[in-house]
Design a protein around this ligand. Structure first.
Ligand SMILES: C[S@@+](CC[C@H](N)C(=O)[O-])C[C@H]1O[C@@H](n2cnc3c(N)ncnc32)[C@H](O)[C@@H]1O
Length: 237
């Protein structure tokens, strides 16, 4: 009897892997936990998301699964989904979740074309992913995250931000030259989230890391308020 091989992975749009080169992926967890307060950052973001039983949560660019695992551990009654374009890192994430006996769905896909219907999640989380995208793709990803959220659903983002200390400013002198990170360092992310159609975009915390300042942002998808008449626009300002 011949052993069946898994089907080859479908081609995926170009993406930047977790540590830029796929062969470095096995080092991702040990490295990131040493160069930044990774667990503190992700716990803070998950706590801020206040996921309730029965809610559906999507982690865009889930990488090795650390954030989805924390989200599921904090709210075991939630349906948690991790999405990433990198099939190899997804294998790591699945294995990590299985070792902890957690029922988490992992799927291959990209932030710029989320494979989910409109309004299918209560929370969208994403950490350290947007700085992997070029400007237009960041905007597309923000619009996609808005689309898959239900009205009133929340976005929780952690990513590089405008430097907030002298040391962070010094680090940014190097990192700002990369197009993908440059937007973050210039502090453009909140405006991009807002332009996509989110409201109440707020920075809730900032942390210093070896690669620069990382901030957590929250934003809300507006409730469906029906057609905006001139008087309703004047009332809301
Ligand atoms: C620095 S890692 C962060 C992983 C994880 N979110 C974390 O916080 O540890 C960036 C991740 O973004 C993923 N990624 C890159 N381009 C992407 C895209 N277009 N859509 C979704 N994920 C993407 C990479 O495969 C990688 O897993």
């Amino acid at each position: 009897m011949t052993r069946q091989q898994p089907p080859p992975a479908a081609p995926m749009d170009r993406y930047i892997p977790a540590l830029s080169y796929r062969w470095l992926t096995p080092l991702y967890d040990p490295l990131v936990s040493r160069v930044m307060p990774e667990l503190a950052l992700k716990r803070r973001l998950v706590e801020g998301a206040r996921v309730e039983p029965g809610q559906r949560v999507l982690d865009v660019g889930c990488g090795t699964g650390t954030l989805v695992i924390l989200a599921k551990q904090r709210q075991p009654e939630a349906q948690v989904v991790g999405l990433d374009p990198d099939d190899r890192i997804l294998r790591r994430a699945r294995a990590k979740a299985a070792r902890r006996g957690l029922d988490i769905e992992f799927e291959r896909g990209t932030a710029t074309k989320l494979p989910y219907p409109d309004g299918s999640f209560d929370r969208v989380l994403t950490t350290l992913v947007l700085h992997h995208l070029k400007t237009d793709d960041k905007r597309r990803a923000c619009r996609e995250m808005l689309r898959v959220l239900r009205p009133g659903g929340e976005l929780h983002v952690a990513d590089f931000d405008r430097p907030h200390t002298c040391l962070m400013r010094a680090i940014s002198l190097v990192t700002r030259h990369f197009e993908e990170v440059g937007d973050n360092i210039q502090g453009l992310l909140p405006a991009m989230v807002c332009d996509a159609g989110f409201e109440e975009v707020r920075r809730t915390s900032r942390l210093a890391t070896a690669f620069g300042t990382v901030a957590i942002y929250t934003a809300i998808k507006p409730e469906d308020r029906g057609p905006r008449t001139l008087s309703s626009i004047e009332e809301r300002g």
